[in-house]
Design a protein around this ligand. Structure first.
Ligand SMILES: Cc1cc2nc3c(=O)[nH]c(=O)nc-3n(C[C@H](O)[C@H](O)[C@H](O)COP(=O)(O)OP(=O)(O)OC[C@H]3O[C@@H](n4cnc5c(N)ncnc54)[C@H](O)[C@@H]3O)c2cc1C
Length: 343
């Protein structure tokens, strides 16, 4: 019997597992892939994220997880009328594969048992515990815990099964390229013009690779938007692609007015993107770190009372939800596509 089973070794899951294990709880962290695993992400860690890492992990983000340019100097947004806004702040540029592996290793060093290539495929509450069905290459088996923290990200199997609902998604499509462009690689750029994407189109640089992406609602319209975005970048910023290295496609849930957060149910707490955290200004990782930490602290504070633990968690993440609403409000003033997100 574990005290807590945590699903998913992303920033939410690893932070929850580390917080619990270093305070003496018996924790299992189950991750579906072998670490380091690929995670589609721009990997821009803003100052808020760096501060949270120092607070929860007791040391700064290590250079070994970073790519060049290591310093991110902020975000440059172009609104749907073509006006440019600069949001400058100092951050870091990481590969999520290396960063997330570092977080998971810290959870293991704190005493969490980390099982890689182990997917959580079902869970059920019974007799004051949660039975979690896990699957690895060899077998399907069940582990018991007093609590489950689900940090499996946007496509969480357990959340879908527990709530019976599939969230509405948008598709993020991006390519990594060798080439040249006349933009400063220290910034992350986003464009909100409706002819370039159905949400946003973006550009950033990782170890000399030019990353270009568009987000869309309709899978079959990726090519159309992406082609238009490339043409725009060629014309406006002198983009020249010599060779495409990689393509990737990922899902994000669609933010809705009010930014509803789902804290979980019974002995199951949702953290990170599983709970619905989705910020428009590069705070995905910080929301995951913070909600993972809050979930762990709520369980630690009310271990024998799941109802109180859940409501302590809800209270703990309220400021994070309010922050998310403010960020969406800011972006809603910049693009028709986000107008419904006005507070
Ligand atoms: C294209 C793109 C660019 C982004 N850029 C940025 C950025 O620059 N900065 C930023 O802060 N945020 C960014 N984000 C958002 C950020 O990536 C997420 O918000 C963040 O990763 C959420 O963390 P998480 O821990 O909730 O989930 P995840 O990071 O998704 O981690 C979930 C983990 O759970 C595992 N898992 C899934 N299902 C199971 C299962 N059934 N059993 C066991 N394990 C499972 C997964 O393999 C994964 O390791 C970006 C997202 C995308 C798609």
């Amino acid at each position: 019997m574990f005290d807590v089973i945590v699903v998913g070794a992303g920033p939410a899951g690893s932070t929850a597992a580390k917080t619990l294990a270093e305070r003496g709880r018996k924790v299992l962290l189950a991750e579906r892939f072998k670490m380091p695993r690929y995670k589609s992400c721009s990997g821009q860690l803003i100052q808020r994220t760096l501060d949270l890492v120092e607070r929860y992990y007791g040391e700064p983000v290590p250079r070994s997880t970073m790519c060049t340019p290591t310093e991110n100097r902020g975000v440059i947004l172009t609104d749907d009328r073509g006006n440019r806004f600069r949001f400058e702040q100092s951050g870091r540029n990481v590969w999520r594969s290396a960063f997330d592996k570092w977080l998971a290793d810290k959870a293991a060093a704190a005493g969490a048992e980390v099982r890689e290539e182990t997917a959580a495929i079902a869970c059920e509450e019974e007799g004051g515990a949660v039975a979690v069905t896990l699957k690895n290459r060899e077998r399907v088996y069940v582990e018991q815990a007093r609590y489950l923290i689900d940090g499996a990200g946007v496509t969480s199997t357990l959340k879908r099964k527990l709530t019976g609902k599939a969230p509405e998604h948008i598709i993020m499509y991006q390519t990594y390229n060798r080439g040249t462009i006349d933009l400063d690689p220290h910034f992350f750029y986003a464009w909100l013009q409706p002819d370039l994407s159905q949400y946003d189109a973006w550009f950033n640089v990782k170890d000399g690779q030019l990353v270009l992406g568009v987000s869309v609602r309709d899978n079959e319209r990726i090519d159309e938007y992406f082609t238009r975005f490339l043409a725009y970048m060629q014309k406006k910023h002198g983009l020249r692609i010599e060779r495409e290295l990689k393509q990737d496609r990922w899902l994000l849930h669609r933010a809705r007015p009010g930014c509803a957060i789902d804290p979980g149910m019974g002995r199951v707490l949702f953290a990170g993107e599983t709970a619905g955290f989705l910020n428009p200004m590069g705070e995905g990782v910080s929301s995951a770190l913070e909600s993972g930490h809050q979930a762990a602290m709520a369980i630690l504070g009310c271990f024998d009372d799941p109802q109180r633990a859940l409501s302590a968690y809800e209270t703990g993440i309220k400021p994070l939800q309010d922050y998310m609403k403010r960020q969406w409000h800011l972006v809603s003033g910049m693009s028709e596509a986000f107008r419904e997100m006005k507070r």
